[in-house]
Design a protein around this ligand. Structure first.
Ligand code: HEC
Length: 137
Protein backbone atom coordinates (compact mmCIF):
# COMPACT_ATOMS: atom_id res chain seq x y z
CA UNK A 1 0.00 0.00 0.00
CA UNK A 2 2.61 2.51 1.14
CA UNK A 3 4.85 1.38 -1.70
CA UNK A 4 2.08 1.93 -4.23
CA UNK A 5 1.46 5.42 -2.90
CA UNK A 6 5.15 6.21 -3.20
CA UNK A 7 5.30 4.87 -6.72
CA UNK A 8 2.24 6.83 -7.72
CA UNK A 9 3.73 10.01 -6.29
CA UNK A 10 7.02 9.38 -8.07
CA UNK A 11 5.16 8.78 -11.34
CA UNK A 12 3.27 12.00 -10.98
CA UNK A 13 6.44 13.98 -10.38
CA UNK A 14 8.21 12.34 -13.32
CA UNK A 15 5.16 12.96 -15.51
CA UNK A 16 4.91 16.58 -14.52
CA UNK A 17 8.63 17.08 -15.08
CA UNK A 18 8.26 15.61 -18.55
CA UNK A 19 5.56 18.14 -19.39
CA UNK A 20 7.67 21.06 -18.29
CA UNK A 21 11.13 20.03 -19.36
CA UNK A 22 10.01 17.63 -22.10
CA UNK A 23 12.14 14.79 -20.80
CA UNK A 24 9.85 12.77 -23.04
CA UNK A 25 7.82 9.75 -21.89
CA UNK A 26 4.70 11.81 -22.56
CA UNK A 27 5.71 12.73 -26.09
CA UNK A 28 4.67 9.29 -27.27
CA UNK A 29 1.21 9.60 -25.72
CA UNK A 30 -0.07 12.85 -27.14
CA UNK A 31 -2.40 12.44 -30.08
CA UNK A 32 -4.05 15.77 -30.75
CA UNK A 33 -2.86 19.34 -30.90
CA UNK A 34 -4.87 20.16 -27.79
CA UNK A 35 -2.94 17.43 -25.98
CA UNK A 36 0.32 18.79 -27.33
CA UNK A 37 -0.55 22.24 -26.08
CA UNK A 38 -1.46 20.92 -22.62
CA UNK A 39 1.69 18.82 -22.34
CA UNK A 40 4.22 21.21 -23.83
CA UNK A 41 2.81 24.66 -23.12
CA UNK A 42 0.01 24.52 -20.55
CA UNK A 43 2.25 24.02 -17.52
CA UNK A 44 3.59 27.53 -18.01
CA UNK A 45 1.07 29.34 -20.20
CA UNK A 46 -2.03 27.87 -18.57
CA UNK A 47 -4.89 25.83 -20.05
CA UNK A 48 -6.35 28.85 -21.86
CA UNK A 49 -3.07 30.57 -22.57
CA UNK A 50 -3.38 33.30 -19.98
CA UNK A 51 0.09 32.78 -18.56
CA UNK A 52 -1.21 31.19 -15.38
CA UNK A 53 -0.13 27.54 -15.60
CA UNK A 54 0.89 25.60 -12.48
CA UNK A 55 4.60 26.10 -13.19
CA UNK A 56 4.26 29.84 -13.83
CA UNK A 57 4.72 30.84 -10.20
CA UNK A 58 8.15 29.25 -9.94
CA UNK A 59 9.53 30.94 -13.04
CA UNK A 60 11.59 34.10 -12.81
CA UNK A 61 9.84 35.47 -15.85
CA UNK A 62 6.06 35.39 -16.16
CA UNK A 63 4.99 33.29 -19.15
CA UNK A 64 3.38 35.44 -21.81
CA UNK A 65 -0.41 35.78 -21.93
CA UNK A 66 -0.95 34.05 -25.26
CA UNK A 67 -4.52 35.34 -25.65
CA UNK A 68 -3.25 38.90 -26.23
CA UNK A 69 -0.84 38.30 -29.11
CA UNK A 70 -3.19 39.55 -31.86
CA UNK A 71 -4.40 42.48 -29.79
CA UNK A 72 -0.87 43.57 -29.03
CA UNK A 73 0.04 43.33 -32.69
CA UNK A 74 -2.61 45.83 -33.91
CA UNK A 75 -5.22 43.09 -34.36
CA UNK A 76 -3.14 40.77 -36.53
CA UNK A 77 -2.09 37.41 -35.14
CA UNK A 78 1.72 37.27 -35.60
CA UNK A 79 1.82 33.64 -36.80
CA UNK A 80 5.34 33.90 -38.14
CA UNK A 81 6.78 35.17 -34.93
CA UNK A 82 4.88 32.60 -32.86
CA UNK A 83 6.35 29.86 -35.05
CA UNK A 84 9.84 31.15 -34.44
CA UNK A 85 9.30 31.50 -30.70
CA UNK A 86 8.08 27.89 -30.45
CA UNK A 87 10.80 26.52 -32.71
CA UNK A 88 13.32 28.46 -30.70
CA UNK A 89 16.15 27.99 -33.16
CA UNK A 90 15.58 31.38 -34.71
CA UNK A 91 16.34 34.05 -32.13
CA UNK A 92 13.40 36.38 -31.56
CA UNK A 93 13.81 39.68 -29.79
CA UNK A 94 13.37 39.17 -26.07
CA UNK A 95 12.64 35.41 -26.39
CA UNK A 96 14.57 32.21 -26.74
CA UNK A 97 16.13 32.72 -23.33
CA UNK A 98 16.33 30.06 -20.65
CA UNK A 99 12.76 30.67 -19.46
CA UNK A 100 11.05 29.43 -22.61
CA UNK A 101 12.15 26.07 -23.97
CA UNK A 102 12.94 25.68 -27.68
CA UNK A 103 10.70 22.94 -29.04
CA UNK A 104 12.18 22.59 -32.54
CA UNK A 105 15.19 20.58 -31.35
CA UNK A 106 13.04 18.59 -28.91
CA UNK A 107 10.44 17.67 -31.55
CA UNK A 108 13.19 16.67 -33.97
CA UNK A 109 14.40 14.12 -31.40
CA UNK A 110 10.94 12.66 -31.01
CA UNK A 111 9.63 9.54 -32.69
CA UNK A 112 6.47 11.32 -33.93
CA UNK A 113 8.40 13.82 -36.00
CA UNK A 114 11.29 12.18 -37.85
CA UNK A 115 11.75 14.68 -40.67
CA UNK A 116 12.09 18.47 -40.67
CA UNK A 117 8.67 18.54 -42.42
CA UNK A 118 7.11 16.61 -39.52
CA UNK A 119 8.62 19.06 -37.03
CA UNK A 120 7.32 22.00 -39.03
CA UNK A 121 3.83 20.47 -39.26
CA UNK A 122 3.80 19.93 -35.52
CA UNK A 123 4.82 23.51 -34.77
CA UNK A 124 2.36 24.82 -37.40
CA UNK A 125 -0.44 22.98 -35.61
CA UNK A 126 0.56 24.62 -32.32
CA UNK A 127 0.69 28.03 -34.03
CA UNK A 128 -2.91 27.49 -35.19
CA UNK A 129 -3.95 26.25 -31.77
CA UNK A 130 -2.58 29.40 -30.13
CA UNK A 131 -4.30 31.48 -32.82
CA UNK A 132 -7.63 30.00 -31.71
CA UNK A 133 -6.91 31.18 -28.15
CA UNK A 134 -6.80 34.84 -29.20
CA UNK A 135 -9.14 37.12 -27.34
CA UNK A 136 -11.44 38.86 -29.78
CA UNK A 137 -10.92 42.63 -29.80
C1 HEC B 1 8.88 26.46 -18.96
C2 HEC B 1 7.79 27.38 -19.21
C3 HEC B 1 7.28 27.55 -20.63
C4 HEC B 1 6.81 26.58 -21.48
C5 HEC B 1 6.71 25.09 -21.21
C6 HEC B 1 6.40 27.27 -22.68
N1 HEC B 1 6.62 28.60 -22.57
FE1 HEC B 1 6.16 30.02 -23.93
N2 HEC B 1 7.02 31.45 -22.75
C7 HEC B 1 7.49 31.23 -21.48
C8 HEC B 1 7.99 32.50 -20.95
C9 HEC B 1 8.57 32.69 -19.56
C10 HEC B 1 7.78 33.45 -21.96
C11 HEC B 1 8.13 34.92 -21.91
C12 HEC B 1 9.50 35.08 -22.49
C13 HEC B 1 9.89 36.51 -22.57
O1 HEC B 1 9.07 37.39 -22.30
O2 HEC B 1 11.04 36.71 -22.93
C14 HEC B 1 7.19 32.75 -23.09
C15 HEC B 1 6.85 33.35 -24.29
C16 HEC B 1 6.11 32.75 -25.29
C17 HEC B 1 5.67 33.40 -26.49
C18 HEC B 1 5.97 34.83 -26.91
C19 HEC B 1 4.82 35.71 -26.59
C20 HEC B 1 5.05 37.13 -27.04
O3 HEC B 1 4.90 38.03 -26.21
O4 HEC B 1 5.41 37.32 -28.19
C21 HEC B 1 4.94 32.49 -27.20
C22 HEC B 1 4.24 32.68 -28.54
C23 HEC B 1 4.97 31.25 -26.44
N3 HEC B 1 5.70 31.45 -25.30
C24 HEC B 1 4.34 30.10 -26.85
C25 HEC B 1 4.55 28.87 -26.23
C26 HEC B 1 4.03 27.62 -26.75
C27 HEC B 1 3.13 27.47 -27.97
C28 HEC B 1 4.51 26.64 -25.92
C29 HEC B 1 4.34 25.14 -26.09
C30 HEC B 1 4.84 24.57 -27.32
C31 HEC B 1 5.26 27.28 -24.86
N4 HEC B 1 5.28 28.63 -25.09
C32 HEC B 1 5.86 26.63 -23.80
C33 HEC B 1 7.51 30.05 -20.79
C34 HEC B 1 7.15 28.82 -21.32
Amino acid sequence: MATWARMAAAGWIVGFGAGVVAASPQIAQVNSTGDEYRVFCGACHGPEGRGDGPAAKSLRKRPADLTQLAKRNLGTYPADRVFKVIDGRVPVNGHGGPDMPAWGPIFSQSRESQTPEDVKARIDALVRYVEALQEKP
